[in-house]
Each structure stands twice: as C-alpha cells, then as structure tokens.
Design a binder for this molecule. Structure first.
Ligand code: CP
Length: 313
C-alpha cells in the first residue's frame, strides 16, 4: 500500500485511506518501541535532514529518534547556528543541503507554506513539522493515534479543542484529520482567539467552557502564548485561567471515560491545572511516545521502501 502523495504538508484534503494507512502502520512501529532493541532496518541507506527554523523539543527529538530507529542517516540543522545567520535564503540553504545527496527533509518554519515551497525547489520528500499557524500534521496524527489507541475508533468520538485555536497549527491539523475520520469536533476559546468563520471548518464553536465540555470524550488543551496577551487578545493569564482553564472542578461535565490531551509545551496553572495534567485520564506522555511511532510510519511510507519488511529486526 502506498500514500497518495510523496510529501506530508498538512492533513487538509488528505484522503481517509492515507490517514488509516499511516495509523495502521504506526501500530507496528509502536510495538518496536517496546522491544529491548528499538531499531529496524527499512531506511538503511536513506538520508534525512531535519531543518528547524523555529524552536522545538518534542518534534525535533521525536523525528531524530524515529529516523535513527529506522536506521536512516539523519542530520539536524538549526537556523540559529547556520549560515542563515549570514543572510542565506531558505532556497539556497536547502539546495546546498540537497547537493549533499539527501532523500527526505523534515522542516519547521515560521512561515505558512514553507514546506510547500520546498516541494517546488527539491526532489526530496518533504514533511511539515509545523509551519507557522498553518498545520502540524504529525502532531495531528499522533493525537488521533492516541485517541484510537484508547477508544479503538475515531468515528463518533466527541473531541473538544480548547484555547488559542486561531494561531494553532495543532488545532488545524486535528480538525482536518478528525473530521475526515468521522469525529464530532468542537472548539472553545475567547472570541479573539477563534478563527474567523470557524464554523466553515465543520466544527461546533463555543465561547463558554462549561457548555463546551458537556458530553465530550476527549479534551485537547492548547498552550496559551504570553505574546497573545501582550498583543491584547485577552486581558490577563489569571482571567484566561478562570474562564477557560481546565481544572478538576470542570471535568464532571465530560463523558465518563474521558481523556485529557495536550500537545505541549504546557503552561501548568494557566490552561491546565497540575492535578488534571497528572491525572490517570491524562495521556500527555503517551502522546509523546506515540509520536515517535507515527513519525516512523510517515517516514517509512513516504520513503517508498515498501518492498522490505518494515519491522523485522
Ligand atoms: N508539540 C510540539 O510541536 O512541541 P515542540 O514545539 O516542542 O516540538
């Protein structure tokens, strides 16, 4: 089985069969992560470059480990310690890197569309690791994988995304992927942090958290960025916490077998209380573990090396 595209730029418009293939393949790679030797050979001889023009902890380490566990040669590039500092353009940087015979590029960039732009300049497979507020497809996929792991299905689940939806690439990728798989999706946040005409994305829109939480299976809590407060989009962190923060007292409105998610990095005590973040219903660290399996699956499937047994040692 093959994906419909050579690249993963976002989840908007990705067919259900491709998402299902990535998730099904991730199950085998998730099993590899529980072995004493967490390494398989399918990307032996392939070279992957991780281009990070923005800070990252989880995504960068997760891709780096995923590549190593698939036996690829991988190299990480950080804009802050490269010739970008001397004024080199994105196009020149990547064309020089490609001249070193690379096969795949993982890119995080502040500009929406930067990964698409690279598909026009390079022959390599391109994977979007977050492009400004546009999309973060592997985060969306790992969130969906984590939900599927717990509930065994996505169709029919009620999923609520809370927080700064407007500036969130994680929210957009979750919405597109979940809608394609048949979930019922809702968003909630201050009006100033909701996208214009959000209903057109096929989601239910709330500005009161207690209403939004009613009958929900999964709450995915997004980080509130201090710079949004400085830009005047909400008055204070304390007010945000009072009106939208997810605390134990609010959780009785959820369905019985509910799940708490957060893509990280978390602001404990702002968008999520400590007791919720560390509760038995929280799968926040499972998301991180599953992220490696999902990224292994994406790298493997995009590489086109499906003639080899992916998970045999
Ligand atoms: N979830 C996520 O993208 O985290 P990082 O910014 O640390 O990669």
């Amino acid at each position: 089985m093959k994906l419909s595209s050579r690249h993963l730029l976002g989840l908007e418009g990705v067919p259900k069969k491709d998402i299902d293939l990535i998730l099904d393949t991730s199950v085998s790679f998730r099993e590899v992560l529980d072995r004493p030797i967490k390494k398989v050979p399918p990307l032996r001889g392939k070279t992957v470059v991780n281009l990070f023009y923005e800070p990252s902890t989880r995504t960068r380490i997760s891709f780096d480990l995923a590549e190593k566990r698939l036996s690829a040669d991988s190299i990480s590039f950080s804009a802050s310690t490269s010739s970008v500092k001397k004024g080199e353009s994105l196009k020149d940087t990547v064309r020089n890197i490609e001249a070193m015979k690379i096969d795949m590029v993982v890119v995080r960039h502040k500009s929406p569309g930067a990964p698409y732009y690279l598909t026009q300049c390079l022959e390599a497979n391109i994977i979007n690791a977050g492009d400004g507020p546009h999309e973060h497809p592997t985060q969306g996929l790992l969130d969906i994988f984590t939900m599927r792991q717990k509930y065994g299905k996505i169709k029919g689940l009620r999923v609520l995304l809370v927080g700064d939806i407007k500036h969130s690439r994680v929210a957009r990728s979750n919405i597109w992927g979940l809608k394609t798989l048949g979930a019922s999706v809702a968003i909630c946040g201050p009006t100033t942090l909701l996208p214009y005409e959000a209903e057109k994305m096929g989601v239910d829109v709330y500005t009161h958290i207690d209403e939004a939480l009613e009958g929900v299976d999964v709450v995915n809590i997004l980080r509130i960025q201090l710079e949004r407060q400085q830009a005047g989009l909400f008055p204070s962190q304390r007010e945000y916490t009072n009106l939208f923060g997810i605390s134990k007292e609010r959780l009785h409105r959820l369905n019985k077998n509910y799940t708490i998610m957060h893509p990280g990095p978390m602001n404990r005590g702002v968008e999520i209380s400590n007791d919720v973040a560390d509760s038995p219903q929280s799968v926040i660290l499972d998301q991180v573990t599953n992220g490696q399996a999902v990224r292994m699956s994406v790298l493997y499937l995009l590489s086109g090396v499906d003639d080899r047994e992916a998970t045999s040692e």
